[in-house]
Design a protein around this ligand. Structure first.
Ligand code: NAP
Length: 257
């Protein structure tokens, strides 16, 4: 499959690197377009074999799949300028807030279109990527899931859930980082050097995530395993709830919707 990526910024660049490190797409089949040749050259230094161009149409010409990774306000203008074969090619947009219906209006109502929401951990191949589709076959859906599973974890969802799930994942990653920041401050107050504290906390967060992702379990079960009656963990857990921790998380997620 030949892939064209339009926009080599944070997301487009990370996707290009992710594809290049994955097993599904050959580097020779990846073309990235961006107005900034220096940005493109840096990308090519990382992923040799990929093709770079400052002309979007050159990238799109022979592509089977076009990944649009530009700012949302440029989507209509850029798509409008491209000659796309809406019967043969597949469009993947990662532009926040642009619906499948809006995209279909710009290209064609029959075109196979995917709307993706990765999060910033895509640069570490650890993205939670949400995927909604229009006019896609089961095989096409599976292909896109497989490709983005190599950059973390990808899940197909109905488009009606995109707003809520974006709050959980794209905004949610910031809340986890906020926890890491706050916990680091606690470590420093208790005499631990910030860099060491941050590493310890980040690894603990990663470990908690692995427990959930790798096992058929529930956070309450895992919490119970570290909570001895009369022990130190329950004291801290109850402090969190006296301070409204669970409620604050729920309110934050809902506020981000
Ligand atoms: N960042 C996130 O966490 C996140 C998460 C999910 C989805 N998204 C979505 O991902 C999209 C890209 O976001 P980003 O953070 O990667 O933005 P970004 O870093 O600004 O990347 C966009 C890239 O597109 C380039 N560009 C501008 N005009 C272009 C044109 N006419 N043709 C081709 N490329 C052009 C930009 O170049 P210049 O810099 O020279 O303008 C830039 O390199 C957005 O729609 C955003 O909503 C972002």
């Amino acid at each position: 499959m030949k892939i064209a990526i339009i926009g080599a910024g944070n997301m487009g660049g990370a996707i290009a690197k992710g594809l290049a490190q994955g097993t599904i797409i050959n580097n020779n089949d990846i073309t990235v377009a961006d107005p900034d040749i220096e940005k493109l050259k840096q990308l090519q230094n990382f992923a040799s074999g990929i093709t770079i161009t400052t002309q979007n149409q050159n990238a799109v010409e022979n592509a089977d799949t076009i990944i649009l990774a530009v700012k949302p306000w440029l989507v209509a203008q850029i798509l409008g300028q491209l000659k796309i074969d809406s019967k043969r090619q597949v469009l993947i947009s990662i532009a926040a807030g642009i619906s499948l219906e809006q995209l279909a209006k710009i290209v064609s109502p029959e075109m196979t279109i995917f709307r993706l929401v990765p999060n910033t951990a895509i640069s570490e191949l650890a993205s939670m990527t949400l995927i909604a589709s229009l006019n896609a076959s089961k095989e096409q859906e599976q292909q896109v899931v497989d490709i983005f599973n190599e950059m973390g974890l990808a899940m197909l969802i109905p488009e009606s859930q995109i707003v809520a799930t974006t709050a959980l994942t794209s905004c949610g990653i910031a809340y986890v980082l906020k926890y890491i920041h706050a916990a680091t401050e606690a470590g420093v107050e208790m005499g631990i050097y910030p860099k060491a504290a941050m590493k310890m906390i980040a690894q603990s967060v990663k470990g908690a995530a692995e427990l959930i992702l790798n096992n058929d379990t529930h956070p309450a079960i895992e919490i119970d395993k570290v909570t001895t009656p009369g022990g130190i963990t329950i004291k801290g857990l109850n402090e969190l709830d006296h301070a409204g921790f669970s409620s604050a998380i729920i309110r934050a997620m809902k506020a981000s919707k």
